[in-house]
Design a protein around this ligand. Structure first.
Ligand code: RB5
Length: 151
């Protein structure tokens, strides 16, 4: 398993903590930046990490900013990416089980480091349930492809 990491300056410290956590667990990763607390524009880093997932270079993404919101918006604009902002363990589990999320987004000012690592462990170890959820995930792809859904 290989993880794509991305963050802006607002979550540089959280990304550093994620790196330590992944290293401790022996999980391979690629760090797409940023590499300091100097102010940067979050869409660029979210794009680089999300694009690595979309292209199949990485299996999952962990992308962070101050809130988790901006990077999730950017990541979700990359075709093939299903990014979810998670703020508790249940969300980290459910977005894998039901949405087949391939990117977890978190906010450094929203979650503690301890909670962030717990969510990462859950996110990376929870399987997609498939079945009726596959149909719904396929509909997300339809939207992405410009298909106008009807009920
Ligand atoms: C940066 O100041 C902040 O806007 C960014 O980290 C993120 O929270 C945006 O959604």
């Amino acid at each position: 398993m290989k993880i794509a990491l991305g963050a802006d300056h607002g979550a540089f410290e959280l990304k550093e903590a994620v790196i330590r956590h992944l290293e401790e667990k022996g999980i391979e990763f690629e760090d797409f930046g940023c590499y300091s607390k100097e102010s940067v524009d979050y869409p660029k880093y979210a794009f680089l990490a999300a694009n690595a997932v979309a292209k199949g270079q990485c299996d999952f993404g962990i992308i962070c900013c101050t809130t988790g919101l901006g990077v999730s918006m950017a990541a979700n604009k990359v075709k093939g990416v299903r990014a979810a902002v998670c703020t508790n363990e249940m969300l980290a589990e459910m977005t894998r089980r039901h949405n087949n999320a391939n990117v977890i987004c978190m906010g450094q000012n929203v979650v503690s480091e301890e909670l962030a690592m717990k969510m990462i462990d859950i996110f990376l170890s929870t399987e997609f349930e498939g079945g009726r959820h596959q149909r719904r995930v396929d509909l997300l792809t339809d939207i992405e492809n410009g298909i106008e859904l009807t009920v």
